[in-house]
Each structure stands twice: as C-alpha cells, then as structure tokens.
Design a binder for this molecule. Structure first.
Ligand SMILES: Cc1cc2nc3c(=O)[nH]c(=O)nc-3n(C[C@H](O)[C@H](O)[C@H](O)COP(=O)(O)OP(=O)(O)OC[C@H]3O[C@@H](n4cnc5c(N)ncnc54)[C@H](O)[C@@H]3O)c2cc1C
Length: 483
C-alpha cells in the first residue's frame, strides 16, 4: 500500500495548534484506543480549551457556540453503556494525529511518498492508473482522502451536491497588539457575524472570523492585512488593530457531499466526500469514521476476495452519517446568522440545551453516540459501537483489537461458539473470558471497526452465528459439507 501526499513534508503550520487544533469525540478516541494508540493520543491531547476548572460544568461540545454541559446529560439515555477507556472528548492537533497515524502506517509497512501530487487518474477494468509528478502507479484500488477540493473526486467524476454558503470564514495568525479588545468566549457572536479568539494573553493572535456575506469572498484574492483588519473590525465591532499577518486562509460553510462514496475502483473518505462548515467540530471525526469503516472492508476485498457487496456497504453506512453531519452544521449556521429571527431561535435553543433532554440529544449527536448503522438486525446493540467490556484477568475488549481483527466474545456457559468460530480463525479472534459486566449478553460479534455485527442475549445458536460471520467475513475455511 502506498500513500501519495502532495506536501513535500509533514509539519505544515496550519496543522499545528492552535490553528490546527481539533476536537476528537468518543467514537474517534475509541478507534485510536482499539488500535493501541490511546497512550499516544492521550500524550498529545489536551482538555477542551476554555473549559473552566474542575468545579465548573463539564463541557462536552457545543452547538453554534452554545456549550453542552456534560453534568446535565442523562447517562441512562444510551443503551449498553460501560466505563469508557478515555474522556469523551480530547483536544489535539492535526500535526499530532498525523504523527500518530504515520507511525502506525510505518509499523504496518505502508510507504508514504511526500511531494507526490496526484494529477491524473484513469480507471480500467482491473485497476486504476494514477499519475503523481513523473511517477505512474498501477493500483487495484484508489481511496481519495485528498480534502475538500479533492483532485481524485474530480478526476473520477463523482457527483458532488449540496448547498451554497452563507458566510465566508477566515482564520489567521497575526500580530494584534490590542488582542484583548476581542472577547474570549468559545464563539463570540455579534450583530454582523461571529469570531473565535484562539490565543489569550499573547500579542500574536490566532483568530477565526465568520462574515455573513453569502460566501462572497473571492478566494483567488490576496488576504491582505488591511482587508482582514477591516473584516475583523466590522465583525467584532471593535477598533482592534492588526499589525502584521503571518498566516491567513479563508473557508466557507458550503455543504456538499458526493452522491456515492464509490465509483468503480475509486473510493472517497473524509473531506473529499463531504464538506461543511467547521462548526461543531465534526469534519475530522467524520473522516476518521469513514476511514475506520472502509479500511477493513477494503483490506478484506483485496486480501480475501470478499463479496463486492461488502465494499458497497461503505456508502450505505457512511453516506447517511455524512448527510446528518451536513445538516447539523447547516442548522448551526442558521442560528448564527446575524438577524432577529436567528437570534430568537438561538435564544430558544439555548434554553433547550440547558435541559436534560436537550443536552442529551445534542451530546449524542456531537459525540457520535447516536450512530447506529442499519444492519437489518433487531437486537438494539447491532450496528452500534461496542462497549468496552472488562474481561476476566484484567484485559479489556480494546486490547484484543490491536491487530485489526474481528472479535467474538462468547459469554455463554458452555462456550457454544468455540467450535464454529474455528472456521473463521484467520479473521475472527475468539474470547471465552467472562466479563465483569456482560450487560446481559450471551455472545457479541464485533467487526474490526468496533461495530457490533451480531449479538444475542440468549444461548447462542450456531447457525445464527455462522450466518452473521459469513455475511461479514466471507466463506469459512472449511465448507459446511466437510465439517
Ligand atoms: C478552523 C477549522 C476548525 C476545525 N475544527 C474541527 C474540529 O474541532 N473537529 C473536527 O472533527 N473537524 C474540525 N475541522 C474540520 C477538519 O479539519 C477537516 O474535516 C479534516 O482535517 C479533513 O481531513 P481530510 O484528511 O479529509 O482532509 P485534509 O485535512 O484536507 O487532508 C487532505 C490531504 O490530502 C493532500 N492532498 C490534497 N490534494 C492532493 C493531491 N492532488 N495529491 C496528493 N495529496 C493531496 C493534502 O496535502 C492533505 O495532506 C475544522 C476545520 C477548520 C477549517
């Protein structure tokens, strides 16, 4: 496997904190944990910026800048909960995430070619030809993870549809001697827009601005000091002075998504498949979710000749999640517009978010805890992220998943599934260890991405298990007739 990266090297200043600071939510943190990368993430992670001291509310995210107080959330709302391996939210940076993932890729023998910008792509029957600089690569499959302006998406002819922007956003690092004239809230909303001041007590400030101009800024124009100062003054309603701009970039809340995540042998993940405003910190989390969902399916396809349908389940499962995230960000833009109607809706929502049901609903949306893929099974745990069972002997489920295999937890008294699982031994790791709390389950089959593929509360039925294993992990080693 080869990764082609346009940048000549890692370490862009845009990726380091504070400009590259990003919030990871529970589902993403769990994904790192299940591959043994939680210690690295914890070492890199920080608490939520602006979160007050221990006695103050536990902030678990925000909706349009309105904080969601974790202490108000109903813990019983999500079914099948067990203590998690880490806090529900960690602030880290793109640089740190890139470093952790690059180390993992290297450990797995993946080659990363820097300075390799993809410029041409041709699909053929059995593969894809990709050109990057002077080099041509013949690949069986290509995954475009090349961001919101994805070249792969364009070259492969994906349909990209959605809504046009309502604001232009700017992020900058600039010398601002009177930075203290700006508010320090998570997001400061004003009669003309909103802004975020990311550094406190320094003259070199990191600021993000939302200017409700209908996304009118011409992105080919230079972002000069005078221009940025005029926007910042207008939006903040202050006479703040920008002395020098070191870095600046613009973005919008254009919300678009490809109609499918697969075209032949080309797949898309992350911003290449869906773009939206950064409000609520969902883009990276959604992209990591895409990668986790696609990775094992593509590996099974390449290595095992899995049924074609397995790869198509990627779009089926992830496209609705992307669409929900786009709507979540659109809804936030709607209540941040600087007009009387939006202000009224915002005030109403603020009251709702302070209630138990409101905070629980929003926290589940933000964290991804509400995600449940429709896998056609009635058991309420199927299609959800698996809880982290504590197993006898001190290990936890996450410890069994480091190598990226599926896991079968057999809590039944007579270890009923030990024999049938042997037929998938190269794909499914079997554990018959009892759990400290098995949540009333008799058996759970977990996909490599941590999603429950099959679960039963009663004595497990061999046939039911074999059906589920066959559906997700292909044919058994020994066909039924030979057993
Ligand atoms: C101000 C701001 C704050 C945000 N905060 C959050 C947050 O808190 N939480 C969150 O979840 N999300 C957040 N996001 C969104 C998040 O940063 C993005 O969704 C995420 O970085 C997208 O990752 P990606 O890998 O899909 O794309 P990118 O990060 O854009 O990476 C694409 C990569 O592809 C490379 N590339 C591009 N073209 C080519 C080519 N032709 N050939 C080879 N390589 C190429 C690029 O160099 C780059 O390395 C924020 C975004 C912004 C702007």
């Amino acid at each position: 496997m080869v990764v082609l990266e346009r940048e000549a090297e890692s370490g862009s200043p845009w990726r380091a904190a504070p400009l590259g600071r990003r919030g990871l939510f529970a589902t993403s943190i769990d994904a790192f944990y299940r591959r043994g990368m939680l210690p690295q993430l914890r070492a890199a992670g920080h608490t939520f910026p602006g979160a007050p001291g221990p006695s103050a509310p536990r902030i678990v995210g925000h909706f349009a800048g309105m904080m969601i107080d974790g202490s108000v959330i109903d813990p019983a709302a999500a079914p099948y909960q067990l203590p998690r391996p880490a806090p529900g939210m960690l602030m880290t940076s793109l640089t740190e995430i890139e470093e952790i993932l690059a180390a993992r890729a290297e450990h797995l023998g993946v080659r990363v070619h820097y300075g390799a910008a993809v410029t041409e792509l041709t699909q053929e029957d059995k593969g894809v030809l990709v050109r990057a600089g002077d080099d041509e690569y013949a690949a069986r499959w290509v995954v475009g993870c090349d961001g919101g302006r994805s070249t792969v998406r364009k070259l492969a002819g994906f349909e990209f549809v959605g809504t046009e922007p309502q604001f232009t956003g700017y992020t900058m690092r600039a010398t601002i001697p009177d930075l203290d004239k700006l508010g320090t809230g998570m997001i400061t909303t004003t009669p003309t827009g909103a802004y975020i001041r990311m550094s406190i007590g320094q003259q070199v400030g990191h600021v993000a601005i939302m200017d409700f101009d209908g996304g009118a800024f011409d992105r080919s124009r230079e972002l000069t000091r005078d221009y940025l100062q005029s926007v910042l003054r207008r939006v903040s309603g202050t006479d703040v002075t920008i002395e020098e701009v070191q870095l600046a970039s613009s973005f919008t809340d254009r919300a678009m998504q490809t109609t499918s995540y697969r075209r032949g042998r080309v797949l898309l993940a992350g911003d290449a498949a869906h773009i939206h405003s950064p409000l609520g910190g969902q883009g990276l989390n959604t992209g990591l979710g895409d990668a986790g969902n696609l990775g094992w399916k593509l590996a099974a396809t390449v290595l095992d000749d899995a049924q074609d349908d397995l790869l198509d389940s990627y779009t089926r499962e992830r496209h609705p999640i992307g669409a929900r995230v786009l709507d979540w960000s659109r809804a936030q833009v709607e209540v941040m517009r600087p007009d009387a109607h939006s202000r009224a809706t915002r005030s109403l929502l603020r009251d709702l978010l302070a209630t138990r049901d409101g905070a629980t609903y929003a926290a589940q949306k933000v964290s991804g805890a509400c995600i449940r893929y429709d896998l056609g099974d009635q058991h309420p745990l199927v299609g959800r992220d698996v809880p982290d069972f504590h197993l006898e002997g001190g290990s936890r489920l996450g410890d069994l998943m480091h190598e990226g295999q599926a896991v079968l937890l057999d809590f039944s008294a007579d270890r009923a599934l030990r024999a049938p699982v042997a037929n998938w031994a190269n794909k499914i790791r079997y554990s018959a260890l009892p759990a400290r709390d098995n949540l009333g389950l008799a058996a759970v089959l977990i996909r490599p991405d941590g999603i429950v593929a099959w679960a039963v509360d009663h004595d497990p039925d061999r046939g039911e298990f074999e059906h589920a294993a066959g559906r997700w992990f292909g044919k058994p080693v020994l066909p039924a007739a030979a057993r």
